[in-house]
Write a protein that binds this ligand. Structure first.
Ligand code: UD1
Length: 420
């Protein structure tokens, strides 16, 4: 398995180009199942998760072709309605094919994603919503079987709490249901909004886009469309924190502040300068990092997918920071690893008390999920000595050419290829 070696202490300066959002690309790709004409996505990132979903879609009958950043998904005919275990277990987001399959084929069999490193993560809201729309759901042999012989019908669905995936799955399903569906307490993440805009371009009738109440009037069929995937706000925030921890000066291009206002507000409180530019924004730090309290929340609050990176940044702040995670129950796996690098962090349930230290020290580390792994890279950039991050495949799921982008700004970072 590849590893990443960082020799810390170099200041980052230059430009980093931000790619299309992984978490928008995944539901958008699944949406191709809804139409019998091709969906063309531009600004597609080259990531392991995208390849995993493409493989699954191919098994269902979608013809996927790529030309650079453009991906064409043609689902003239669905040839299978089963999403098998060996693909779903690799990536939870595979469950996003459930809604589109039931909507178009009136049946689907999707392996249950099971537990994952950041908590139990059930899919009960996805299933309850489909049931409310008239599907019969059975669980057998580790699979969810959904049947709607008469087709789905519109329903009013009130989410007890915000779920990005359930909102996306039911939004897609509702586009082809008979009648009107109302999703209340829907997720407002920019990726949900991006999906809704693409569905409208395909011929869907959706009201309330960008709000927490989505009204969908079902139509008989969706048609061909071309859609540009929005910039990845998590990749953006990650590099913003990398620049900040090194006392650097980096312009992030192809992105915008508006996608991560809560993050930018927290970074400014922490003493980081963030200014818009013509093609994105610039992140700079001259003075010390100030301790800052952060709480993760559904959008537009501070993103849980940036919590680990923010914690890495605050390990070397002046003063203390309280970081509270409200979305996932077990998302502090980076804490023991950051401690091994000299960070002073105490966990109290869903909160972490981070007391800033003067300097981190490099160490061999590893993490069990994507964002935790990248937080160790950020820590390594500021640590004295050498940090080796193991299990790099987690990083490849969500960061394209991470080491190249950081090295181009002056980081001493390289991928150690597994020669075994
Ligand atoms: C998406 C993102 C992920 C991000 C998360 C929260 C994708 C591909 N992934 O994940 O990167 O961290 O949003 O912003 O877009 N839950 C239930 N029952 C359900 C569904 C969710 O209990 O049926 C719980 C989850 O366990 C979690 C919370 O709801 O505690 C939020 O999860 P959700 O918003 O659904 O996250 P994902 O869509 O899986």
């Amino acid at each position: 398995m590849d590893r990443i070696r960082i020799r810390g202490g170099r200041r980052l300066a230059g430009q980093i180009a931000i790619g299309g959002a992984k978490n928008a690309a995944l539901p958008l790709m699944a949406a191709s199942i809804l139409a019998d004409e091709p969906l063309t996505l531009t600004n597609t990132p080259a990531l392991a998760d995208i390849a995993t979903l493409a493989t699954l879609l191919e098994q269902l009958g979608v013809v996927v072709t790529r030309d650079g950043r453009t991906m064409k998904l043609d689902c003239a005919r669905v040839t299978s309605t089963t999403a098998p275990y060996d693909l779903v277990r690799k990536m939870r987001a595979s469950v996003l094919v459930l809604g589109p399959l039931v909507a178009r084929e009136r049946r689907a069999r999707v392996s249950l994603p099971g537990g994952c490193a950041i908590g139990a993560r059930p899919v009960d809201l996805h299933l309850k919503g489909l049931e409310a729309m008239g599907a019969r759901i059975e669980l057998a042999e580790g699979y969810v079987e959904a049947l709607a012989p008469q087709g789905l019908r519109g329903a009013e669905i009130v989410f007890p709490f915000v779920s990005v995936g359930a909102t996306e799955n039911l939004l897609m399903a509702a586009t082809l249901a008979r009648g009107t569906t109302v999703l209340k307490n829907a997720a407002r993440e920019p990726e949900v909004e991006d999906l809704a805009h693409c569905l409208v371009a395909m011929g869907a009738r959706i009201e309330g886009i960008g709000g927490d109440r989505l009204t969908i009037h079902g139509v008989d069929r969706l048609a061909a469309a071309t859609h540009a995937i929005l910039p990845d706000r998590i990749e953006t925030g990650t590099y913003a924190m990398a620049a900040a921890i090194t006392g650097g000066d980096v312009e992030l291009t192809g992105t915008r502040i508006g996608l991560l206002e809560a993050t930018v507000a927290s970074m400014r409180t922490a003493g980081i300068t963030v200014e818009p530019t013509a093609s994105g924004f610039r992140v700079r730090r001259d003075g010390p990092i100030q301790g800052t309290d952060v709480m993760t929340e559904p959008y537009p609050g501070f993103a849980t997918d940036l919590q680990a990176q923010m914690m890495a940044l605050l390990t070397v702040a002046e003063g203390a920071s309280m970081i509270t995670e409200t979305i996932f129950e077990n998302r502090f796996m980076h804490v023991p690893e950051l401690r091994r690098m000299g960070a002073n962090i105490n966990l109290h349930g869903s909160s972490a008390m981070v007391r800033g230290v003067r300097r981190l020290t490099g160490a061999p580390v590893m993490a069990t999920d994507l964002r935790a792994s990248v937080s160790l890279v950020i820590a390594g950039l500021a640590a004295g000595g050498e940090t080796v991050v193991n299990r790099v495949y987690h990083l490849d799921r969500g960061y394209e050419r991470l080491e190249d982008k950081l090295a181009a700004c002056g980081a001493d970072i390289e991928r150690l290829k597994d020669t075994a």
